[in-house]
Ligand binder design. Structure first.
Ligand SMILES: [Zn+2]
Length: 504
């Protein structure tokens, strides 16, 4: 079995999750579920970034200790991700002892292997509390951080530990060029390459006397810089430095937002190179969820809450909408109008409609028992073509395309119902033809249940259960689909999968 270790960015514990967070988690979860469907041995990590300076501020505002605050935030985030059906195998919090051990071990390893890569110096610059980092002139527009135009940059001077990032530009360029270290999509890779070609500056990796954070090994005056600390979660979650961590490491995929590629595609791999550890195979940087063209974030405000978006039509509908309409590559818009339109057109009228009409015709004409349909029928061929396109699209993380293929096949099958008019075949007693059509339809519905499961896991499960297949959806592999036999299944007559709100 192929090991597949994937991670999402860990979230700042300074406010409720917004739809931008939701897109990232749902996208990563869709990939995790697809990989399990492929038969991979998946390990899916999510977690919380709990040492940021904004935690101290948020805790003070709420009049609680930082510890009480992060505990509360961790519960809130974990609850949202459960509601969105995230199937993560692990959940790491950077305040956990296993993470603190990993951070200390990595720093000590760099100190041992490349003592010149860590040094102490004074630092002076403009600090963004939103990013928790010093900003270079290229990252500042109109006197503000590009990512946080509403926050003030704070002039800061202090003595810090530094990491010799400048030594790693050339090696990283070579590793990216040879695809030993991959950054996708290409637009993000090109940005990272430009950054590396411009040359890197060393980065501060500690802060003076911060009351909340990991003490810098060997220097009680300093705390490990929150970003340096946070990045290491991907490694500390594998059990590093204990023997056996290589069972998971290196990560096969880091899913992150496009705003933090510098950390994940430059600083993080350089840290790993300094420690002689393997690099993650791929960083996928998704775009932002926008509301009328503006990024949704804690700082910019959240016009749509994750809770309200889940309550509209359920978690599956939101997952589908984020991945199909907003997409996992570029920025995309969330509007209620588009959400309602997609729900009605794709899920209710196409996917849900096909499922309920197919199963009710099997009941009406064949007493609920699926007859045999041959495999060279037009719909069976369309199903095989979809299977052949779906795998490569999902392998390439083209989730939007994967979702589109599912709905296209459902559209094709609905058209097949109109073309073959099973009610006329029944009336004319053309039994063999009717068997053929019903068998084809049920096989297509079964394929759709399997291929839609990474996107709409609960609805896919519900649909699969109504097919009477005698096996669990979780036991089905992508490779089983082409030869799926449906004759003899006794199907149920379920309520609509995606009811229209006005039909209640
Ligand atoms: Zn910023």
């Amino acid at each position: 079995m192929t090991k597949f270790y994937l991670t999402t960015a860990i979230d700042y514990s300074n406010g409720d999750p917004h739809l931008g967070h939701a897109l990232e988690k749902v996208g990563a979860d869709c990939i995790a579920r697809y990989r399990r469907l492929r038969g991979d041995q998946v390990h899916f990590l999510m977690g919380m970034d709990e040492h940021s300076q904004s935690v101290i501020q948020a805790a003070a505002r709420a009049n609680v200790t930082p510890r009480a605050w992060v505990d509360r935030m961790a519960t809130t985030f974990a609850d949202y991700w459960r509601r969105l059906e995230c199937s993560n195998d692990d959940w790491i919090r950077t305040t956990e002892p296993r993470h603190v051990r990993g951070v200390v071990a990595l720093l000590e390893r760099i100190q041992r292997l490349r003592p010149g890569d860590l040094y102490v110096a004074d630092y002076e610059g403009l600090y963004c509390t939103g990013c928790e980092e010093f900003k270079s002139p290229a990252q500042i527009a109109n006197g503000h951080c590009i990512e946080h135009p509403t926050l003030e940059l704070i002039p800061t001077r202090e003595r810090n530990h530094f990491f010799r990032l400048s030594a790693y530009s050339q090696r990283l360029l070579t590793l990216i060029a040879s695809a030993e270290f991959r950054v996708e999509p290409a637009i993000r890779r090109n940005e990272v390459v430009r950054l590396l070609e411009d040359g890197l500056q060393d980065v501060s990796i500690s802060r003076q006397r911060l009351p909340w954070g990991i003490p810098f090994p060997g220097d009680s005056e300093q705390t490990v810089y929150v970003w340096f600390d946070a990045l290491i979660n991907y490694l500390s979650a594998t059990g590093f430095p204990d023997p056996g961590y290589e069972r998971l490491w290196p990560a096969d995929l880091h899913v992150v937002g496009k705003g933090i590629t510098r950390f994940h595609c430059v600083i993080w791999p350089a840290m790993l190179l300094a420690a002689d550890l393997a690099l993650p195979r791929l960083v996928w940087a998704h775009g932002y969820v926008q509301w009328e063209g503006a990024k949704m974030s804690k700082t910019a405000g959240t016009p749509v809450s994750v809770g309200a978006a889940i309550e509209r039509f359920g978690a599956d509908a939101l997952r589908y909408f984020l991945l199909r309409e907003v997409g996992f590559e570029n920025d995309g818009n969330f509007t209620w109008e588009r959400f309602d339109a997609r729900y009605a057109a794709d899920l209710a009228d196409t996917f849900g409609n096909l499922a309920s009409r197919s199963l009710s015709m099997v009941h009406r004409y064949r007493g609920g028992v699926v007859p045999n349909g041959s495999e060279d029928a037009p719909l069976a061929r369309a199903g095989l073509e979809t299977i052949r396109s779906y795998g490569p699209a999902m392998d390439a993380y083209e989730l939007q395309q994967g979702a589109a293929l599912v709905i296209e096949l459902a559209t094709r099958a609905n058209r097949y119902v109109e073309e073959t008019a099973p009610w006329k075949l029944a009336k004319a007693k053309r039994d063999a033809e009717l068997d053929q059509v019903l068998g084809d339809l049920v096989r297509t519905v079964a394929l759709l249940a399997v291929m839609s499961a990474p996107f709409i896991p609960a609805k896919a499960e519900e649909l699969w259960a109504s097919l009477g297949t005698g096996r669990s959806l979780a036991s089905v592999r992508l490779g089983d689909l082409a030869g799926m036999r449906v004759a003899g299944w006794t199907v149920a007559k379920p309520p609509p999968l995606f009811p229209k709100p006005d039909a209640d």
